[in-house]
Design a protein. Structure first.
Length: 625
């Protein structure tokens, strides 16, 4: 027996060297962005540095993908700011209401997207606040402020890309390949439970589907990474879709095994039982081969033989509720500032919009605000230490660069921690320290300005938290009811052939994404029942879609009339009729006998899956009603 020694990564101060290298890279990029902004004499050099902090990612792909969407969203946001200001320049109250409506609309759009696309949607929203609100007393400067912001963002993007290229930042495809391979092993283990006649609960399958679909943003970010990025992205998507299909094949094996144990299979039809068992095993092996082929294409940077799309499920109802709540949460602090009549509150109101937008991209917007409320004093203390203790009036750029080093590197290293709280604290510090300190040329060490900004930063999170307490989010139970209502509606559309025009495998991925959203609910008995019901719809929908796809091969043969009958049986979920048609096809002679026998096994297995899923649904629907 041989043993392999586990090589631990070299670490320093409790963090691996890779984390320190990441921190040093971000610090260099911030310094380069500031140097370029000072040389170009931009009015908002801190925006370039903040852009570097926002784009901070350990690998190349996510940074480039986010940079593209940050630029596009800024253009959209500036254009919207100019339009809204032009329409309501004479009425400040209506201007704030219009901005609130725009923020709500962008949060609604973010609710229908994920990853960097969702970030782009909310950025389009709060860019209007950053440009229009801060120029509310000088609307004629909105265009100029928007151009300056856009120029600074371009400088930040260029600095990030330059430093990443010079320091040869690694690609994101190798870690994504490892994650896909790990998921592949988990799916095989999941199927092995059934082959070994062991039970696996619904949460195991639902967790697999959630983890597979959660890779969607990473798969999309591969495209801008290298010249072969689009091929890698297509290969990763195909691997994910094939993994979802393999989970279904494993569940089909489970349904067949359960049917045999309950002796639901007709003992007088051993050949039909054998044909569906053979088809189930062959289908699982075929999906397994598809996953391996797609992962190999990802490694080789080649396009997969079967490129799949990865459509996502997003609840329109949940997104609309989030958008309306975001608009209201912006209106309430706006009303407070208007009634208070305080001067220079534009910074606080702009930050309210930023927090609303960024919180909308997290699973718990209120939790994000609570975290920001707690972290704000820490960030203010760090920014004050940097400005008035370390620099203390220094005007040399070299001193500024050195003073920034511990703050930038330390926050970035903290981002790499596995602890979510520490990682979030690092991300917030990296961005807000630069935002509050706001390095400029020449430097301005104005204690009064710093105190006002610090006060309004803390006030923004406090006011938003108050608004979110007054306007709470929907409960987990309500969200699950909305999602399950959409699952039932989509299943009814499928039965009536009014479902989306997607391949069966692509539709399975969308259904898996729906289950992933349900999995965010928790692990209570009710959550488990909802997961089981969602999986029953997933199984039945997949069986019907695959059955129809297989029956389409009979349309051009002399057995087309049987294909029509089988399609009607699938729509009616008539499992006995499906078994009878399977017997008929199995007994067909002639040149098409082998082909008909294969279809008969597919129909018989579909009948077993639909029957098992229907039985599971019947046991879970009553408690949920």
């Amino acid at each position: 027996m041989t043993t392999a020694a586990i090589v631990r990564p070299i670490s320093f101060a409790g963090a691996p060297l890779s984390a320190w290298a990441f921190g040093i890279r971000i610090w260099i990029a911030v310094v380069v962005a500031l140097a370029a902004s000072f040389w170009l004499q931009l009015d908002a050099p801190s925006t370039a540095a903040v852009t570097v902090a926002i784009l901070a990612a350990p690998t190349r792909g996510p940074a480039l993908d986010k940079a593209f969407y940050r630029f596009v969203a800024t253009v959209i946001g500036v254009a919207a700011a100019i339009a809204i200001t032009g329409l309501f320049t004479q009425a400040s109250d209506l201007l704030l209401v219009a901005i609130a409506g725009w923020v709500g609309l962008c949060v609604y759009a973010a609710g229908l997207l994920d990853g960097n696309r969702a970030y782009a949607a909310v950025l389009s929203g709060y860019t209007v606040a950053l440009v229009a609100v801060e120029q509310i007393d000088a609307p004629q400067n909105v265009f100029e402020a928007g151009v300056e912001r856009g120029a600074a963002i371009v400088v930040g993007i260029a600095a990030t890309a330059l430093v990443n290229d010079l320091l040869a930042v690694s690609d994101s495809s190798p870690p994504l390949t490892l994650r896909l391979a790990a998921l592949h092993r988990r799916v095989r283990d999941y199927a092995g439970l059934f082959l070994g006649h062991k039970a696996a609960d619904a949460a195991t399958a639902a967790g697999l589907l959630r983890d597979i679909t959660a890779l969607h943003p990473e798969m999309e970010s591969l495209a801008p990474e290298t010249a072969g990025g689009s091929a890698r992205s297509a290969a990763a998507r195909s691997a994910a879709v094939a993994l979802v299909a393999q989970v279904y094949a494993a569940r089909a094996l489970n349904a067949l095994s359960a049917a045999e144990e309950r002796k639901e299979a007709d003992p007088g039809e051993p050949s039909l039982l054998s044909s569906r068992a053979a088809w189930a095993s062959r289908e699982f092996r075929r999906r397994d081969a598809e996953v391996q082929e797609a992962i190999a294409a990802l490694n080789a940077s080649t396009r997969p033989r079967q490129p799949w799309r990865t459509p996502l499920y997003r609840s329109q109802r949940i997104a609309a509720a989030a958008g309306m709540r975001a608009a209201a949460c912006f209106v309430l602090p706006s009303a407070f500032f208007v009634l208070a009549g305080w001067p220079t509150t534009d910074v606080s109101l702009s930050l309210v919009a930023v927090l609303i937008g960024l919180g909308a991209t997290t699973p718990d917007p209120k939790g994000f605000t609570v975290f920001t409320f707690i972290a704000a004093p820490i960030v203010v203390a760090l920014a004050g230490t940097l400005e008035f203790v370390i620099l203390d009036g220094a005007d040399k750029f070299e001193l500024l660069a050195l003073a920034l080093a511990p703050f930038m590197i330390g926050a970035t290293v903290l981002m790499t921690k596995s602890n979510q709280l520490l990682s979030s604290l690092g991300r917030v510090n990296l961005i807000l320290v630069l935002d509050i300190f706001a390095p400029s040329n020449p430097p301005s060490y104005n204690a009064q300005t710093f105190l006002f900004i610090s006060l309004f930063v803390c006030l923004a999170s406090a006011l938003l938290l108050t608004a979110q307490i007054l306007l709470p989010t929907e409960s987990i139970e309500r969200r699950q009811r909305w999602i399950m209502a959409s699952a039932r509606r989509d299943f009814e559309h499928l039965l009536s052939r009014r479902d989306r025009r997607l391949a069966p495998e692509e539709s399975m991925f969308r259904d898996a994404a729906r289950i992933g959203q349900i999995m965010a609910g928790g692990t209570s008995p009710r959550d488990s029942a909802v997961q089981a019901e969602a999986l029953s719809y997933f199984d039945r929908a997949a069986a019907i879609r695959l059955g129809r796809a297989n029956l389409a091969r009979l349309a051009a043969t002399s057995l087309s009339h049987l294909a029509v009958e089988a399609d009607k049986a699938l729509a009616a979920q008539d499992t006995q009729r499906l078994l009878d048609l399977g017997n008929t096809l199995r007994d067909m002679g002639g040149a098409e006998s082998a082909f008909a026998e294969e279809i008969s096994g597919e129909l018989a297995l579909a009948a077993v899956v639909v029957d098992a899923a229907s039985h599971s649904d019947a046991t879970t629907t009553e408690p949920l009603s």
